[in-house]
Design a protein around this ligand. Structure first.
Ligand SMILES: *Cc1c(COP(=O)(O)O)cnc(C)c1O
Length: 424
């Protein structure tokens, strides 16, 4: 079944950890513990990533510079605040496979989604529909429906909801492509997640982008569960826009500052409708405080406000680690690590549990969603008591996300042992 020749037993896990070229990265994070100090198994990097040990130092530096320089910190801080977002542009661009001019870190995810929809959802005549996943993350559904209504389109007529076939849990690429094609002259926008938060399914972003463009639609992605998880090539895939948050796989802390991608081909599309603010204005003349908005080219032109420096400092700490580890190394380990979990779960002979996430690494990131028959949350509570931090999604799914940056094969092994013992 597997090229990797997984083996049962903890010795295999220990050997895999020893052979893991990026195992040391684990030491760059703070882990939560039981109150008696024993280590927990943290498998919720898909919800809130762990704290990089350097985050405190980087935030402290800004607190110090604020104390020392006050307003002059905009220029005199060791990392001056005026251009501070620029310190994270290139590392963030590397994480998502974009050019710096296509990448901006600003606001929070849903805010960025609205800003992108203002520019890129432009219903015209028959072409006014938005294709999304049925059961998309609630914030995305709310945002999209409110944008439809904002344009006078009722969600019932404006939404195309992509759903799995009967008796299947995940979408098939061919069905997505077919639905987009079938509705070709009515689709204004295709907006999907990169990885579905519930099922853990990773979508074929280049194929979907191509299908959307062939139909004459704009294609955008919500990469909340994909950024820092999958290897992305947004520029090469020709995606129009994308948004994502930084507190999940990107470990930038609760409410962390989010990202947006706008393809280079829209960099100078100043005629696009947009909601603007002074931070999107030409840097050279921003402080002349003139009445007319002169947008920066590229994604930076969508900025509204001067950004939260402490959040950026935490993100800078995290992205440094991503740069050192490299997305291709992370993805290689992730495929092996989650593959190992699939292997171990398959060894558990109990038909109360099943994996709804696709097995093929090309169609998943690090998360596995485990369906528990008869909605038995007791199982989830039992593994929690045993020190596993996972999460429960109604009605019947336990999500676990072994992340390649800080989780180990041994933790995966221990988790599967705990799960098996709790099933008994
Ligand atoms: C986590 C997540 C969000 C959260 O939105 P915020 O604006 O950061 O609160 C939105 N959409 C998706 C798909 C998510 O996974």
């Amino acid at each position: 079944m597997n090229k990797r020749d997984y083996q049962p037993g903890e010795a295999y896990a220990a050997a895999s950890d020893l052979a893991d070229p990026i195992r040391e990265y684990r030491n760059r994070f703070n882990f939560p513990n039981f109150s008696d100090g024993r280590e927990l198994i943290y498998f919720t990097g898909n919800s809130l990533g762990l704290q990089p040990k350097t985050a405190r130092e980087y935030i402290d530096q800004e607190l110090d510079d604020w104390a020392r320089f006050a307003v002059e910190g905009h220029i005199r801080a060791r990392h001056p605040w005026l251009p501070y977002h620029e310190f994270v542009t290139e590392p963030m661009a590397r994480v998502i496979g974009a050019r710096p001019i296509e990448t901006i870190v600003m606001n929070s995810l849903t805010v960025n989604l609205h800003l992108m929809l203002v520019s890129f959802y432009r219903p015209e005549g028959r072409r006014k529909k938005i294709a999304i996943e049925k059961g998309a993350f609630p914030s995305d559904q709310y945002a999209v429906k409110s944008q439809l209504r904002f344009h006078g389109v009722e969600p019932e007529e404006g939404l195309i909801e992509l759903s799995p076939r009967d008796c299947e849990s995940t979408l098939r690429t061919e069905d997505i492509v077919e639905t987009i094609g079938k509705n070709g002259d009515e689709v204004a926008l295709v907006l999907l997640g990169g990885v579905n938060y519930y099922t853990g399914q990773a979508f074929d972003l280049p194929a979907i982008t191509e299908a959307g463009h062939k139909a004459g639609a704009i294609v955008g992605f919500d990469l909340a569960h994909a950024a820092g998880n999958l290897q992305l090539h947004l520029h090469d895939w020709d995606v129009d826009f994308a948004v994502w948050c930084s507190y999940k796989y990107l470990n930038a802390g609760p409410g962390g500052i989010a990202g947006a991608f706008v393809h280079e081909r829209h960099a100078n599309s100043f005629d696009l409708p947009r909601f603007v603010g002074w931070w999107g204005h030409n840097k050279r003349t921003r402080f002349l405080m003139g009445p007319e908005f002169d947008p920066l080219p590229g994604a930076e032109g969508w900025q509204l406000s001067n950004p939260p420096i402490f959040q950026l400092a935490a993100l800078r700490a995290s992205l440094e680690i991503f740069d050192d580890a490299g997305m291709s190394n992370l993805r290689a380990k992730s495929e092996a690590l989650t593959g190992y979990l699939v292997y171990l779960l398959n060894q558990i002979d109990d038909d109360r549990i099943s994996i709804i996430t696709p097995r093929d690494p090309a169609h998943r990131g690090c998360q596995l969603s485990i369906r528990v028959k008869d909605s038995d949350k007791l199982l989830f509570d039992a593994i929690t008591d045993r020190g596993v931090i996972a999460d429960w999604r109604e009605p019947d799914v336990i999500r676990v996300a072994p992340t390649p940056l800080y989780n180990s094969y041994t933790e995966v092994f221990r988790f599967s042992t705990i799960l098996e013992e709790c099933l008994r």
